[in-house]
Structure formats: C-alpha cells, structure tokens
Design a protein around this ligand. Structure first.
Ligand SMILES: Cc1cc2nc3c(=O)[nH]c(=O)nc-3n(C[C@H](O)[C@H](O)[C@H](O)COP(=O)(O)OP(=O)(O)OC[C@H]3O[C@@H](n4cnc5c(N)ncnc54)[C@H](O)[C@@H]3O)c2cc1C
Length: 382
C-alpha cells in the first residue's frame, strides 16, 4: 500500500512516522523549498507526549524542553488572577508537559522521519486535486496513491477543498505577534497576562530562553510589515508589567512574526474517496486552545492505527478514524473560541467580571477536566 502525504508540517511528518513505524510505504510532499519554519514554540501537553513516546522521540524532545509546572494568570497591572497547576494535569495523564521551541520540535520530528528512511520531497506545492484523488502539483508532477493524507494546513488546504468543497478559514478577530527571546525567566512558570481586548503570554523553554505571544482584538485583517512589528507591540503593551516590556524589547525583530488568527468551523466529514484530511486542514483550532500541534500528533497516531486495523478497506478505516476524532477536536476548537472571545473582549465590565471569576476559579477542578478531556481515546492515566 503506498501512502502519499500532502504537507510536511507537524501533522504530515508525524503521520509519515506513524505509518512508517507500521511498515507502510510513504512519501511526503511539501510546498516549501527546504526545511524552514516560522512559529515560536509549542506546549507539548501529556496527550502529545504520549504520541512522541510511541514514536521513540520523547527523550530527545525532553532534552531541549522546559518543564512548566504552573500557568499563572495576571492582570495587565500585574495582579494575581490565580494559577493552573500543570503538575496536576501531568499526574492525571501520566506524562510531563514540555515547552519547546517550534524549530527544535520540527527538527526532531524530521530527524526521526529521516532515520526511518523517508525523505520529504520539497518544492511540491499542490495546485489542485481532481476527482478520483488525482493530485496535481504546481511543478507539473501528478500523483495517485492508495491513500492520500491531506496535511496541508489551515489557510488554503487543497485537501479540505476536495473533501468539503470549501477551504476558507474563519478570521476570529484578533492578531497574534509571536517571538522567541533570551533573558532570565522562572523556568517553571508560564505567565499569562490579561488586559481588555489584549493578552500577553510568556512560555519559558529554559532559564534563559522563552517564546511569547502578544494578542490584540482587531475586527478586520490589515497590513503586515515586519519593520513595524516591534513598534506595534510597544504601542499596545507600553504600560504592561516589566516582564512583558522586557521580552518585547529583547526580541530581535527578525524573530517576531504577526498572524491574523483564523480557525475553521468543525465539519464532520473528513474524507472523500481515498483522501483524508488531518491536522489543521481538518480541524484548525485557535492558539487559545493550546492543542493544535498536540491534536495533529494524535491524528497521526490514530490514523495509522485505523488503517492497520482495516486492511484492504480504506473507506472503513477512514470512517472509523473520523468517528474517533471528530468530537474531541470539535470540542477543542469550540473551547479555543470560547477563551478567545473572553480574552479579546473589549468591554471593560465584562473583563472585570472575567478577572474576578478567574481569581475565584477552582483550578484543581479545571486541571482534572483538562486531563480528562485531553486523555479521551488515549491509553493514559496516572
Ligand atoms: C500563533 C499560533 C500559535 C500556536 N501555538 C500553539 C501551541 O502553543 N501549541 C500547539 O499545540 N499548537 C499551537 N498552534 C497550532 C499549531 O501550530 C498547528 O495546529 C499545527 O502546526 C498543525 O499542524 P499541521 O501540520 O496541520 O499544519 P502546519 O504545521 O501549518 O503544516 C502544514 C504544512 O503544509 C504545507 N502546505 C500548505 N499548503 C500546501 C500545498 N498546497 N502543497 C504542499 N504543501 C502545503 C505547509 O508549507 C506546511 O509545511 C499555534 C498556531 C498559531 C497560529
């Protein structure tokens, strides 16, 4: 059985690893010309750590990761709004959460794929997919395969268009600037500052390095000029607590990116003919879900299991895969929207009440609920 994977991001590479580990013949096609990546960092929650363990690369990831123990919420004035005990989530799921730079994460995934004898074919941008799952690339190549896995991301997925007829993502009304910087950090603690329609998160990956995301509500999509990114951030966060101002000032401009943040409405159909979409192509969630890359890894592991469990019957395997994955990922997408609509709300009274509720939240119950939800359909537990 030959499997073609469209897209060499988190979902595509992870899926290729999962298939190769089961002995399938697999090729990955990626539009970029080389192994470059944007992005800042990722929290590998225990559900994703489980998958990385199955792939044999958890120790490699842990060696270059931070171990966050708490997520502190603070107001824009630096007042304490409570803290989530990440140790409780880890204890409930049986793996440690890790914080890692995206470049390290992708490098280790790609090295594992290479160690399994699979190369990524760069310079292959999918132009369209015709009936019968005939894939056409912009470079003139075409392909058919026994199974085509569409892992071509959230913004213009050809796989999603093939399955659903439309691949237009939904702009969710806020911008994220993301970056990586060096400095001095409390390595155990993620800091999440909440304002009115604005938010700033700092995630250490070591005592001397962190990635961060500053967000602000904006109703419409506007310009992107890298020369302006630091000034834009400094204007918005000028009077925020010192750690926020320090990371903005301390990040090289070349390491700042700006994203108008989109997701997708959940759709229950993920496959057509012998093509299935996975990762952001199937269920892009907002960064406020904290689970985008983690769910891409889960997709990879479950899809390979489903294909193996239904030999010679791709349609049944893809039906089983979608049935397993739809509700969990849809719940995560909606949870991400719920948190974003609260964090990026510009109403002062709403935000005061939100902050009051956060101060009095039952964080132990929240940690248990997160551990339960994220463990769903995985053999996890303390
Ligand atoms: C600002 C921001 C912060 C985030 N933070 C986190 C976080 O902390 N934790 C977390 O778990 N997730 C986070 N995410 C989400 C996470 O990055 C994604 O969910 C994850 O990368 C999904 O993997 P994917 O492979 O589906 O998509 P991608 O990683 O985007 O990969 C898609 C790949 O397909 C390729 N491609 C696209 N079109 C074509 C084409 N036509 N032909 C060939 N190749 C193509 C692309 O070049 C890319 O390599 C964040 C997302 C954003 C926007």
């Amino acid at each position: 059985m030959h499997i073609a994977i469209l897209g060499g991001g988190v979902a595509g590479v992870a899926s290729a690893i999962a298939f190769r580990l089961k002995g399938f013949d697999v090729t990955v096609y990626e539009r970029r010309d080389a192994d470059t990546n944007i992005g800042a960092g990722i929290v590998v929650w225990p559900n994703a750590a489980f998958v990385l363990d199955q792939f044999g690369i958890l120790d490699d990831m842990a060696a270059v990761s931070g171990r966050p123990r708490a997520m502190r919420r603070l107001s824009r004035a630096g007042e304490d709004l409570g803290a989530l005990d990440i140790g409780l989530i880890d204890a409930g799921m049986g793996y440690s959460s890790l914080s890692i730079l995206r470049m390290d994460f992708q490098r280790i995934l790609a090295a594992r794929l290479q160690s399994l004898g699979v190369d990524i074919r760069y310079g292959h941008k999918v132009a369209r997919i015709d009936a019968g799952t005939v894939v056409h690339f912009e470079n003139g190549a075409t392909l058919t395969a026994d199974l085509v896995v569409g892992a071509d991301g959230r913004m213009a997925s050809c796989a999603r268009r093939y399955v659903t007829g439309d691949a237009t993502p939904v702009y969710q009304g806020f911008i994220n600037w993301i970056g990586v910087c060096e400095g001095e950090f409390d390595a155990d603690t993620i800091s999440d500052y909440w304002g009115t329609g604005e938010r700033f998160g700092i995630v250490p990956v070591a005592r001397d390095k962190a990635y961060w995301a500053g967000g602000a509500a904006q109703a419409t999509i506007g310009a992107r000029d890298p020369d302006d990114y630091r000034d834009e951030l400094q204007r918005i966060f000028v009077d925020w607590p010192a750690p926020v101002r320090r990371v903005i000032a301390g990040t090289p401009v070349a390491r700042i990116n700006k994203i108008y943040v989109h997701d997708h409405d959940p759709v229950p159909a993920w496959h057509r003919d012998n093509l299935v979409m996975i990762g952001d192509a199937a269920h892009a969630a907002l960064p406020t879900s904290g689970q985008g890359a983690c769910q891409a890894l889960e997709d990879a592991w479950h899809l390979a299991n489903c294909i193996e469990a239904h030999p010679g019957n791709v349609d049944r395997a893809l039906g089983a895969f979608t049935a397993l994955r739809f509700q969990k990922t849809a719940g995560i997408t909606l949870a991400g929207r719920g948190l974003a609509s609260s964090l990026f709300n510009r109403d002062e009274a709403f935000c005061r009440e939100r902050d009051r509720a956060s101060r009095h939240a039952d964080y132990a119950a929240l940690a248990r609920a997160m551990a339960d939800g994220w463990s769903r359909h995985l053999p996890l537990g303390a």
